[in-house]
Design a protein. Structure first.
Length: 342
């Protein structure tokens, strides 16, 4: 008997639902969210496991790797589609979610998600740590500005290097303000040191990677954007065409069509939000700074016809397509010659 297994993963426990090829529930259970425990539990089933499905999430890629290494056919299912299907259930429990995932797997009504390699996940961890430190440092600076503003003390526009001196000047002579700002400034100084160290490591990672070095030949593409793109795509061969990168990154217009109504809206915002943000930042940098290239000229002409916002999104989408082509072909960006499009 061919079996379809749905796993609803949480931090401590995983709900398991097993259905037959005829749609009958064979087994329902709970097990610890550990690959070894799940492999032992699934090994006791009476039948041949056709597929194991689990919703993409924080623990899913780790469990997917463990189950796949054990020889089990495991698939990651797109979160949006799974959640949309499970909303039809009037009662939501882990047990019912596992059953819903198993039935989606049985029907084939799901979109598989690529499980990233260990190296890609490690790169994303470094980039995530950098972003977290950067955001906390900015949050401290904004808190210091707001704290002093209550007393009519305005920091104003100032560079990062002179920020601490400016805060001390404003708080000088007021013991209570000095007591409040001093520990915050010490924390900010520590965060700045850690951020500088991480920035150095990120640049070194990009320089040591031959793919990232080729990607960075395009103006506007720095170490962070190159590493973000490399870690997000992971395997360029999984895209049959470079043009598929745009929809995958959520940079194509959404569409809602029913009967006589056909509405095109904003971008879908599907996929990796960090990749989409990095591509848009690269497009903004390219449009406003650096040397003139055929790609920048194309973006400027589009901005004159359609507006800067639409042009920025279109340029970000085209940057993603070209970066994928550079990666696949092993070439570099040619600033003066536009590629011949088929």
């Amino acid at each position: 008997m061919r079996l379809f297994v749905g796993l609803d993963v949480s931090l401590a426990k995983t709900a398991i639902c097993v259905i037959s090829e005829h749609g009958k529930i064979i087994d329902e259970a709970e097990a610890a969210s550990e690959p070894e425990v799940l492999v032992r539990r699934l090994g006791d089933l009476d039948g041949s496991i056709a597929a194991i499905g689990l919703e993409a999430g924080p623990l899913s890629q780790w469990l997917h790797r463990g189950l796949t290494e054990a020889g089990l056919d495991t698939v990651l299912m797109e979160t949006r589609q799974v959640k949309g299907a499970l909303k039809a259930m009037p009662i939501k429990t882990d047990r019912r979610d596992a059953e819903g995932i198993a039935r989606l797997l049985h029907l084939g009504w799901f979109r598989p998600v690529h499980c990233k390699s260990a190296s890609a996940q490690e790169t994303r961890a470094v980039l995530g740590a950098r972003k977290a430190i950067q955001q906390n440092m900015i949050a401290l600076e904004m808190s210091l500005r707001g704290l002093l503003r209550n007393f009519g003390l305005k920091v104003g526009a100032i560079s990062r290097g002179r920020f601490e001196t400016r805060i001390r000047e404003l708080a000088d002579g007021n013991p209570m303000l000095e007591t409040a700002t001093t520990p915050m400034l010490r924390a900010r100084a520590t965060l700045r040191l850690e951020l500088a160290a991480l920035e150095k490591q990120v640049r070194q990672l990009a320089q040591d990677d031959p793919v990232c070095r080729r990607l960075m030949t395009m103006p506007g593409i720095g170490a962070v954007v190159a590493l973000t793109f490399r870690a997000a795509v992971d395997d360029p061969a999984r895209f049959r065409s470079s043009k598929r990168i745009g929809p995958w990154a959520g940079l194509t217009p959404s569409r809602n069509q029913s009967g006589e109504r056909d509405v095109s809206g904003g971008i879908t915002k599907a996929g990796d939000v960090n990749l989409r943000r990095a591509l848009c930042q690269a497009a903004t940098v390219m449009m406003n700074r650096g040397r003139s290239t055929w790609l920048r000229t194309w973006g400027a002409q589009l901005a004159q016809r359609r507006g800067r916002k639409i042009a920025m999104v279109a340029l970000a989408r085209r940057i993603a397509v070209i970066l994928h082509r550079i990666w696949v072909d092993g070439t570099v960006f040619e600033p003066d010659v536009a590629p011949q499009m088929a």
